[in-house]
Design a protein. Structure first.
Length: 176
């Protein structure tokens, strides 16, 4: 995807993620712009303190997300805002392997959670209407994931309202 598309997707995600969160039920611990310590340390390969996370600027978060997208080949998604947004947003919420497996299931390729050559080739062959259908499929997979997560971990229901608001926004976009 172009830098412009990547930037548009990240602006949409950062708008939903907001700033600092230190919610007791958040399994990721202290979070800013949707970025947790384990995620930050895995992507940047250096330790992050609570203060580092609290003081992280939006621009720094944007850079970390961009690096992560390149590392996981999410930046290789087709030049389509809707599809790139729903896959990337699902990856932010639930991990890139889960999000990539969701699109792989739609594509009919091996659902290994890795955006390798087979997956990239398949998603680049999608027509405009197929990309919209793929996006809707990914959103449905995400809804199922949230339902399963809340069932298995009832403490996570505190986040359901925000998750459902994001899903509703994406469902409306898929239908537009």
């Amino acid at each position: 995807m172009t830098k412009e598309l990547r930037d548009s997707v990240l602006h949409a995600i950062l708008g939903d993620e907001g700033g600092l969160s230190e919610h007791a039920q958040d399994r990721g611990g202290i979070t800013k712009w949707g970025l947790t310590r384990p995620f930050l340390e895995a992507v940047t390969m250096h330790p992050w303190s609570d203060e580092d996370i609290r003081s992280m600027s939006r621009d720094r978060a944007f850079g970390v997300y961009g690096l992560w997208m390149a590392m996981r080949r999410i930046d290789q998604l087709p030049e389509d805002f809707l599809l790139a947004w729903v896959v990337t947003d699902f990856a932010v919420i639930a991990g890139e392997r889960r999000a990539i497996r969701a699109i792989q299931k739609y594509l009919g390729v091996t659902p290994d959670g890795i955006a390798g050559a087979e997956t990239q080739g398949a998603w680049h062959r999608l027509t405009d209407s197929e990309r919209r259908a793929a996006a809707a499929f990914v959103v449905a997979e995400r809804a199922t994931h949230h339902g399963n997560d809340i069932t298995a971990n009832p403490s996570q229901s505190v986040f359901a309202r925000g998750w459902m608001a994001r899903l509703a926004k994406q469902i409306r976009a898929c239908g537009a």
